[in-house]
Design a protein around this ligand. Structure first.
Ligand code: FAD
Ligand code: UDP
Length: 367
């Protein structure tokens, strides 16, 4: 055995594990099937602007340990996410707050907004929300559901809101204050200089092989290390023996524009179903850029098929039940650890992934 650990995937989970293991004198081989490190948090400089190649990545957390951990590797700026939602030529503030309610209904006070929402819940006759549609209506009322949730969500997930689980929409705050901050967390920001430098530092003590798909060299790679940390798709690891888990994919279309400011905000959501993309991000606004040019990315949701990037696990009941079967196989393994968004099949943000990776490090390398 040449290595203590073979780490499949150089995303955040795999890179934290590699960093902590090499710190403890373990020898790690990190492989990735992509041509670069960092997984979905990879950023690349274009025209002096850090471009988030796989969609907007805003770091946010209330977990002190996670915040201190990530701050070893970068300094974060003061960016606060305040997306704009566009429905036709109407502009609304996100997340749902008094600015949104005022624009939608002309209400001024929290009492008026609550009364309006309550009346719409009564009219819809919802008591116990069973799906995303009912959950959204019971949080923000019918009008906001129709304009700001229904089309966006159906595009994003490729299913009507009545067939989606309520938890997806519960990620978003609903506030009866005039506060456009998308997150409730204590800490938030974008790493100055981008995310890739964080991963470079984490992987500095490991051997890294890019353009290397685990499944193409499974036998030889497995022989090279004592243990495997696997952050790819768990169903693929088991050769889909119980069936395929569902994912949602995305297509990103990036353009450099010869103007200094395209949309005046980092994130603009397009909430009508008829517009094929869900959002346009303008990267320079994540870092208060003043460059003469700008870079924008349109994000198109796509039905996932084998061979595409599986960006989002579809955590509905059917898929979660199937995942539990794979989890039982994983629990039998002595030399394989599953981690990350794909290995654990969960809609994790970066701070969740860091917490999970540190938990794994503690169990595997410390306790
Ligand atoms: P990944 O980044 O997916 O890394 C897994 C790596 O494994 C990949 O590099 C992949 O190429 C590699 N791999 C897979 N299979 C194989 C194989 N067979 N062989 C070799 N290599 C393999 N989080 C936030 O906190 N804030 C945000 O604003 C935010 N926005 C997001 C926006 C989008 C569009 C998406 C998709 C995600 C967003 N996230 C956000 C979530 C964030 O991207 C994830 O939490 C984080 O990147 C997950 O890290 P990971 O290591 O688990 O997985
Ligand atoms: N959502 C919506 N309208 C919006 C933004 C989000 O209905 O303008 C819903 C949608 O279902 C989405 C979910 O809220 O999947 C979570 O949104 P978030 O911005 O957290 O999604 P992510 O950044 O993870 O894609």
């Amino acid at each position: 055995m040449k290595y203590d650990y073979l780490i499949v995937g150089s995303g955040l989970f795999g890179s934290i594990f590699a960093y902590e293991a090499t710190k403890r004198n373990k020898k790690c081989l990190v492989i990735d099937k992509r041509s670069h490190i960092g997984g979905n948090i990879y950023t690349k400089e274009v025209e002096g602007i850090q471009v988030h190649e796989y969609g907007a990545h805003i770091f946010h957390t209330s977990n002190q340990e996670v915040w201190d951990y990530i701050n070893q590797f970068a300094t974060f700026n003061r960016y606060t996410n305040s997306p704009i939602a566009r429905y036709g030529n109407e502009i609304y503030n996100m997340p749902f707050n008094m600015n949104t309610f005022n624009k939608m209904w002309g209400v001024i006070t929290p009492q008026e907004a609550k009364a309006k929402i309550e009346a719409q819940i009564q009219e819809a006759g919802i008591t116990e929300p069973k799906n995303l549609e009912e959950q959204a209506i019971s949080l923000v009322g019918q009008d906001i559901y129709e304009k700001l949730v229904k089309g966006y969500t159906q595009k994003q997930w490729g299913k009507p809101c009545t067939e989606l689980p309520p938890f997806i929409i519960k990620r978003l705050p609903v506030r009866f204050t005039y506060d456009n901050n998308y997150f409730n967390d204590l800490y938030q920001g974008i790493p100055i200089g981008g995310y890739t430098q964080i991963i470079e530092k984490m992987l500095s003590g490991s051997e890294v092989r890019l353009n290397c798909d685990f499944f193409e060299h499974r036998e030889t790679l497995t022989k090279e290390a004592d243990k495997i940390v696997f952050t790819g798709m768990i169903d693929q690891y088991y050769d889909y023996c119980y069936g395929t888990l569902e994912y949602r994919s995305l297509r990103f279309e990036t353009e450099v524009l010869d103007m200094d400011n395209y949309q005046g905000n980092a994130v603009v959501n397009y909430n009508e179903y008829e517009v094929p993309y869900t959002r346009i991000i303008e990267h320079k606004h994540f870092e208060f850029g003043t460059q003469p040019k700008t870079v924008i990315t349109r994000e198109y949701p796509v039905t996932w098929k084998a061979g595409m990037e599986p960006y989002y696990p579809m955590n509905d009941e059917k898929n979660n039940t199937l995942y539990q079967k794979y989890l039982r196989l994983a629990a039998e393994e002595n030399n394989v650890i599953f981690g990350g968004r794909l290995g654990l099949y969960q809609y994790f943000d970066m701070h969740h992934v860091i917490a999970k990776a540190l938990e794994c490090v503690k169990k595997e390398l410390i306790d």
